[in-house]
Design a protein around this ligand. Structure first.
Ligand code: SAM
Length: 271
């Protein structure tokens, strides 16, 4: 899989040389290139921004350096045998929200190009124009505003790249983790079994795999209900076991039409 990142702060992306992503690059599982947007300017000051039409605060990124950079990247990496065009990810607080589901979807692509904006963002015409060569996707890291797209690129590249086969040593760890099955992960512990008067839950020392799995599922449900009830309410629980349904009931949820619905809600009461 190939990643290209365009930014006015290429050095911001240096952490992608470290840890699992760095190793995957060295091992040839991932190709990643970072491009300095200013290299595609033509004036003495290497200008990448200008004042916004219509007035208002801040500056807007000029379209031409982006067009030059994106044309060069697309030309250097022609579509593979499948003929799939590269995906251009434009980090933006006004984009669709990045999730694990989206990370899995993007990990299926051959070539992702990231356009890390700064200032008030990139001239909107670039997105329109780029759609001739790329599948363009404005994507948000969450409902808050960062100073620039680089942090969003770091987060997205890491979340996507670790799903590429071989990048994470033990693929099992991708199955048992938060958001893999729509729930948050259960709490985890390591040695010593008692630390500062706090003991690890007894069942985890029992060696009884059935009981451990039951404990973990219960705690996934408890944690998700406490911290992210929105996830629980979106989950398909139609095939939940009796034990899991009992946990849901304890947590205040009834199962209605395959969904967990808070008791007290009309839908649960009318069931
Ligand atoms: N004026 C823009 C708006 O209100 O939508 C915000 C611009 S922000 C200061 C500058 C750049 O940071 C954006 O162009 C984008 O690349 C990046 N950025 C900021 N918040 C982001 C978020 N939540 N997700 C992804 N990228 C973000």
């Amino acid at each position: 899989m190939r990643f290209d990142v365009v930014s006015i702060f290429p050095e911001y992306l240096a952490p992608l040389e470290l840890s699992l992503i760095g190793k995957a690059r060295t091992d040839g599982l991932l190709e990643l290139a970072v491009h300095d947007l200013r290299a595609y300017t033509t004036d003495r000051h290497r200008t990448v921004d200008d004042t916004p039409y219509g007035g208002g605060a801040g500056m807007v990124m000029k379209p031409e350096p982006w067009a030059q950079a994106l044309t060069e990247i697309a030309a250097a990496t022609p579509a593979g045998p499948g003929g799939r065009r590269p995906t251009l990810i434009v980090p933006s607080p006004a984009g669709e929200v990045f999730t694990q589901k989206l990370a899995y979807e993007l990990a299926e692509e051959e070539h992702l190009v990231f356009a890390a904006g700064r200032y008030e963002g990139i001239d909107e015409r670039v997105l329109d124009w780029a759609a001739e060569q790329y599948t363009v996707r404005p994507i948000s890291l969450g409902d808050y505003v960062l100073n620039g797209g680089e942090v969003a690129v770091l987060a997205m590249v890491e979340a996507i790249a670790r799903l590429v086969p071989g990048v994470v040593g033990n693929p099992e760890s991708l199955i048992e983790e938060s958001h893999a099955d729509g729930l948050l992960e259960y709490p985890v512990y390591t040695k010593p079994s008692t630390w500062r008067d706090r003991a690890v839950p007894e069942v985890l020392l029992s060696g009884n795999h059935g009981k451990i799995a039951k404990f973990r599922k219960e705690h996934q449900l408890r944690r998700t209900a406490a911290r992210r009830p929105d996830l629980l309410e979106r989950l398909d629980v139609a095939n939940f076991s009796k034990t899991d349904r009992n946990v849901l009931w304890d947590l205040g949820y009834a199962v209605v039409d395959g969904r967990a619905v808070l008791r007290g809600d009309d839908r649960a009461e009318n069931d």
